[in-house]
Write a protein that binds this ligand. Sequence first.
Ligand code: NDP
Length: 419
Amino acid sequence: MARLLIIGCGGVASVAIAKCCQNSDVFEEICIASRTKSKCDAVADKWRPTTKTQITTAQIDAEDVPALTKLINDYKPDAVLNVALPYQDLTIMDACLNAGVHYIDTANYEPEDTDDPEWRKIYEKRCKELGFSAYFDYSWQWAYEEKFKKAGLTALLGTGFDPGVTSVFAAYAKKHYFDTIDTIDILDCNGGDHGYAFATNFNPEINLREVSAPGSYMENGKWVEVPAMSIKREYDFDKVGKKDMYLLHHEEIEALGRNMPEVKRIRFFMTFGQSYLDHMRCLEDVGMLSTTPINFEGKEIVPIQFLKALLPDPASLGPRTKGKTNIGCIFTGKKDGKEKKIYIYNVCDHEESYKEVGSQAISYTTGVPAMIGAMMVVTGKWQKPGVFTTDEFDPDPYMEALNKWGLPWVVDENPVLVD
Ligand code: NDP
């Protein structure tokens, strides 16, 4: 029986909350705290009649560490689940340390203001030393390792689908199928159609920053960076069909590269339709993806935030989206001296997700693992002092929970490889 403080009340949070309410044997009480309290109240009102979980709500600015520390001290949760934005990761980790509770999130830290000179200095040094230029990386949160260790607290980073489930798949493959893994290809396919010419499936600012950045992969322990969208492959996805996919930088490459140094190559591919790419390129060319504030008629605006206000709210895509996602990992390596390859993946249906929790599959595939990660920590199955990603624990209870809570997976022992 546990008490969980959930921070943020957007697309991913809505699913994590719905799943905690289905799992009231574990989550006896939850508090939903976010910037806009009315959203928390609306979600609480929606699920209260369906669950034994006691739901309360609170208003919080997660960047205000003293206020958040007070909220945690008052509510006394067993853990805090951060499903706000990556911008708040560090302040929420600080508050968890102040109050002495475990921390869980779904995406690694990135700064809101990438022009901040202090941050830029460290960022540019990292670009030179490590060889990849994404704005997000684990270094900021891994730096909390000693503090969490000393406090006897667990910080579980990145328990969404990718990162999150994909890294659990890697730990599972390593534990049950391979003596050594040589390559990992993570394939994220969204075969959904929402009927708009252009919309993003989760927070547009975070999504567009990720997709417009240079691609990169890890080979023999070193980063190889390539221009955005310059490596393209076609793949025939089970239950979805043939799709174009593009190599992207993605955060689990960094964690897997560190924690499984024997793996010779780790790549990440995501599918995109031509219309999405054309719109994105055009928006980028005219400066609409910029995070640098500009002065417009006497008012300062950030172009990408203005664009976010124009685009459909990802939450509104739920009722319109048809089709399926297929996300998983292809592993090659050796077992008992013989070459081996497997593909572990989940297929999730947009319309079924919407029917169950009122959200499309992108929020569903992230919100379910967020609840499962929180469950692993509060039940003690995944608890050890320090800062960890999902590949650093026993994958079996998590894999079992995926089957139980709506994201069943399959293992294909003869997959087509990506060249
Ligand atoms: P949304 O934009 O839908 O929701 C973000 C929520 O955080 C909103 O409720 C927002 O409040 C709240 N928030 C923002 N700033 C603050 C603040 N300072 N204090 C308190 N609350 C705040 O985002 P998503 O639900 O799409 O994404 C949530 C997280 O999930 C992100 O970190 C994203 O990167 C991650 N993610 C991870 C994936 C994975 O597979 N690992 C996949 C998809 C997303 P308000 O309502 O007032 O705006």
